[in-house]
Unconditional design. Structure first.
Length: 119
């Protein structure tokens, strides 16, 4: 098993920043109706910076691992920076190529976070 797959499994089995924040600046949940994955994100901001992020996720290893990695990367980033991220950043975090179907799983966390920050 290569290092990237081990990293995905580690984030899947030991997700970082899982949970729910109280007194948040934004909260939203989105799902992927094709596979049933669901991610709910809560965020606290300080000005235009993400100070805390937590999420609850039900889904496959790719969606949960991607959200776990994303939650670590997004902390202390500006809203504008996170809004500029796309497939490239998610695939770099995962470190593997994914099929078109799995790409939707991988992107669910970012779509959810970006929609939350748009509110």
């Amino acid at each position: 098993m290569n290092l990237y797959r081990q990293n995905i499994l580690d984030h899947y089995h030991h997700p970082r920043n899982a949970g729910e924040l109280k007194d948040v600046d934004c909260k939203i949940s989105l799902d992927n109706p094709l596979c049933g994955d669901l991610i709910a994100v809560t965020v606290k901001l300080s000005g235009d910076q993400i100070k805390a992020i937590k999420y609850q996720a039900i889904g496959c290893a790719v969606s949960i691992a991607a959200m776990s990695m994303l939650s670590e990367k997004a902390k202390d980033q500006s809203v504008a920076e996170v809004q500029s991220w796309g497939e490239k950043e998610i695939l770099e975090m995962l470190g593997i190529e994914v099929s078109a179907t799995r790409l939707k799983c991988a992107m669910l966390g970012l779509r959810t976070l970006q929609k939350c920050l748009n509110k």
